[in-house]
Design a protein around this ligand. Structure first.
Ligand code: NDP
Length: 287
């Protein structure tokens, strides 16, 4: 039987509507409109599209968004100055530095410079530490989006074997960290796999819940998936003029119990979580 399609677009739209209601109530009470500033360096077309989508989502939720567009030749020092100016601006609640940055700029230096209270991507060591300890200030956008999808589709995670394919700071590590916590939509037994994992296919085949985040088109084939598994595909890969995930969608959807499409699965949830974090940042700044 074909898998249930996990409709991230629909869930993200519901989340955005919830955030819009909360943001309106917050504005009514405090006069503050949560404000996200995106910093985009250079002219990578994919990054420009991502930033535009984030800005449009802010509009839908009634949040203010501003774009700082800087030329590709911007120096690390100049970018640091921009970040520091935004850190000091009390009218800015969330700062997002769109990645990747041009090669001559060290991403870690820039990301570390964003003050933790405005780090709506949840990259700052302080925010990552809070997440690891199970008391997050902000949610890691993509992993928390995946977790919300599991919640919305009432996927049992407690005691389930979740395999996270990929160990990046942005997706794989925080994903594992969310699922291993005590509590709702967590309590999973988590295995993390990466490019050095031995017997990768047999590891992945043990997953009750598989989160694929490696950036390799259609890498996860049907023979790597346990019948009835829930498959969350984070990957976004360009194949000609279409986007495909890290999972070979058609055959895998014949044996999984539920699966996210690409596009329309995890992507919109990442943006919805960013909006949630921006509202949280504004609420925290208002005490
Ligand atoms: P990274 O390139 O930072 O990390 C990829 C991870 O996959 C690494 O840990 C790497 O292992 C592992 N990996 C790569 N090749 C293999 C392989 N053959 N076998 C096993 N493991 C492998 O990617 P990201 O985490 O940033 O992104 C992953 C994918 O998710 C990309 O397609 C990206 O576009 C997409 N993405 C989607 C988002 C969304 O909102 N939907 C948001 C963010 C990312 P090692 O560490 O050993 O090198």
């Amino acid at each position: 039987m074909p898998a249930t399609l996990i409709d991230g677009k629909a869930v993200a739209a519901r989340m955005t509507a919830e955030i819009a209601d909360e943001a309106a109530a917050f504005q009514h009470a405090t006069g503050i409109v949560p404000h996200l500033v995106a910093v985009l360096v250079g002219d990578d077309p994919a990054s420009a599209v991502y930033v535009r989508n984030k800005q449009k989502a802010c509009e839908r939720a009634g949040l203010k968004s501003t774009l700082h567009r800087l030329p590709a030749e911007t120096t690390e020092v100049d970018l640091l100055r921009t970040v520091e100016r935004l850190n000091a601006d009390s009218g800015v609640h969330g700062i997002l530095v769109q990645l990747p940055l041009p090669k001559h700029i060290r991403e870690q230096v820039i990301l570390d410079a964003v003050v933790a209270q405005k780090d709506v991507d949840c990259f700052h060591p302080h925010n990552v530490g809070l997440l690891v300890q199970g008391r997050p200030r902000f949610l890691p956008c993509t992993p928390a989006g995946c977790q919300r999808l599991l919640a919305e589709y009432k996927i049992e995670t407690a005691g389930a074997h979740a395999v996270v394919l990929g160990r990046s700071e942005i997706v794989g590590k925080p994903m594992a960290m969310l699922l291993i916590q005590r509590g709702a939509v967590a309590d999973a037994t988590v295995t993390m796999c990466h490019s050095r994992t031995r017997e990768l296919a047999s590891m992945v085949r043990q997953a009750d819940i598989l989160i694929a985040a490696i950036g390799k088109p259609r890498f996860v084939t049907a023979d790597m998936v346990k019948p009835g598994a829930v498959v969350i595909d984070v990957g976004i890969n360009r194949e000609g003029d279409r986007l495909v995930g890290d999972v070979d969608f058609e055959p895998v959807s014949q044996i999984a119990s539920a699966i996210t499409p690409v596009p329309g699965g995890v992507g919109p949830m990442t943006i919805a979580t960013l909006l949630r974090n921006t509202l949280t940042a504004a609420q925290l700044s208002a005490g």
